[in-house]
Ligand binder design. Structure first.
Ligand SMILES: *Cc1c(COP(=O)(O)O)cnc(C)c1O
Length: 468
């Protein structure tokens, strides 16, 4: 499989190079040259496969011969071995046709682990074959940080620098990043918003001298391998509910549109997905887009779902690429004017096309709390605020009740104790392996929202974790 950039002006790469590259050199994002497609029969025989086996079946179509099938099997098996549920991504039923996919049984309690545990191991595998090392830089609105750090910690060929918005992530999220005691892990609290952090990371990638000097790589969902690994749980859930012989719907709480794009990719691969519902909080650039066909920037507001406090959904460019019929030059122009003018209109025809599949809903904090309370009263289960946005959007937007809708459980409720307390009047304990999180020592550096400053920090601190 070969990979092309959404802006049409970067080298075409194989899987291993895309894995290490993160962002394409023309500022675009990598996508497979064509979507691999399974027949209905091929999907039917996937029923009953264990999660790691299913992961190999799906990911091998993207990995090609960059990683042998034997090695891929080993990587997938190790990636999901530590997950604390035998089904890895179990389903719970909320009402007659609404299901909830729990994606928080990994080491840092959010769906990010499902891709990140694979990504860290895949990095290691490819780097050790090449005798190379990389510097991972990432921006996080909360959960990417801890999941990325957990996946890269103590790996000899990797340094990881994680930028998060100072005082804008929950305490549990912060502590999960800042209490990891590993010499190759550097946590930076940026005086700015998540969008600022994301811009800083993009700017580091666009500085070619710095990029080459540091061998930059990414664990954000701009990295194709993350999207690829996320496709697996969409198949897993749909197969459990009768696909490919019954269609399904998904409702995805969305910020950067990475998870939602993985659902779209699953559909492109042949999974019968009848509708994709996007839930946003009041940072609703995606909802406004699906309501109007206009992508228009706005300022970020703080909510009780901080991992979705994003107004610039980087992965949306991947969907736009398909909407622009994969014309990289046209999309590069559109993105340029989006950058300068803060808006992008895709036109009526493209908008109608995209609305045939996608629906979106904006769920504010009051409604989010009401949904958390409702699920708790009706089922006895506590769900986190991000997941509640997906559930609420599903209830509002599902087109009928004949087809099962699967809402994504994005994080464990214990990550957001204040929101849980306010909504449900109770609390959800941290799993026992994390019970001492509040007693562990924190280590982080507060930095100004300034590119030069942060680049100097990365230069000065990379390589200290290595033995050589
Ligand atoms: C990352 C994250 C999101 C947003 O996912 P995207 O792929 O960026 O749209 C939502 N909820 C939680 C809990 C997350 O960690």
């Amino acid at each position: 499989m070969r990979y092309i950039s959404t802006r049409g002006d970067a080298p075409v790469l194989g899987f291993d190079d895309v894995l290490l590259a993160g962002l394409a050199r023309d500022g675009g994002l990598y996508l497979p040259e064509t979507w691999p497609r399974f027949t209905t029969e091929e999907i039917r025989v996937m029923r009953g496969l264990s999660y790691p086996k299913l992961a190999v079946r799906i990911m091998s179509t993207y990995v090609g011969d960059a990683i042998s099938e034997g090695d891929l099997t080993k990587l997938a098996t190790e990636s999901y071995r530590e997950f604390e549920h035998p089904a890895v991504a179990p389903l719970k039923q909320l009402d007659t046709s609404l299901w909830f996919m729990e994606l928080f049984h990994g080491p840092t309690l959010a769906f990010k682990d499902y891709a990140m545990q694979f990504l860290g191991r895949a990095f290691d595998h490819v780097l050790s074959k090449r005798g190379a090392r990389i510097t991972v830089v990432g921006a996080t609105s909360g959960d990417t940080g801890s999941a990325g750090i957990e996946a890269c910690r103590d790996r000899e060929a990797i340094d990881i620098f994680m930028l998060y918005p100072h005082e804008r992530v929950s305490e549990v999220q912060r502590r999960q990043m800042t209490t990891v005691d590993a010499a190759n892990v550097h946590t930076l609290a940026v005086e700015g918003t998540f969008d600022d952090c994301q811009d800083l990371v993009k700017a580091m990638f666009n500085d070619m001298t710095f990029r080459d000097e540091m061998q930059l790589s990414a664990v954000n969902s701009i990295n194709w391998a993350r999207i690829m690994a996320q496709i697996v749980y969409y198949f897993h859930a749909a197969l459990a509910l009768g696909a490919p012989d019954t269609p399904v719907r998904f409702s995805v709480p969305s910020g950067n549109f990475g998870n939602a794009f993985a659902a779209y990719a699953a559909r492109e691969m042949g999974l019968p997905v009848d509708q994709l519902i996007i839930g946003t909080n009041v940072n609703d650039i995606l909802t406004r887009f699906f309501d109007s066909g206009d992508l228009a920037m706005a300022t970020v507001q703080r909510t009780i779902s901080p991992s979705m406090d994003i107004q610039l959904s980087s992965n949306f460019e991947r969907l736009l690429f398909d909407l622009y019929d994969r014309d990289g030059a046209a999309l590069a122009d559109a993105m340029k004017s989006f950058r300068t003018e803060g808006r992008l209109s895709v036109g009526d025809k493209r908008w109608k096309r995209v609305c045939a599949l996608f629906s979106a809903r904006r769920i504010d904090d009051d409604r989010t709390r009401a949904e958390m309370d409702r699920v708790y009263r009706e089922t006895g289960d506590i769900i986190d605020p991000h997941s509640a946005i997906g559930v609420a959007a599903a209830r509002d937007a599902r087109r009928d009740l004949h087809i099962p809708t699967i809402a994504l459980g994005a994080a464990h409720p214990a990550k957001f104790p204040d929101a849980v307390e306010a909504a449900c009047g109770t609390f959800s304990p941290l799993p026992s392996r994390m019970a001492d999180l509040y007693d562990r020592t924190e280590k982080f550096t507060v930095v100004p929202n300034n590119l030069g400053h942060i680049q100097a920090f990365v230069r000065a601190n990379a390589g200290q974790g290595s033995i050589t």
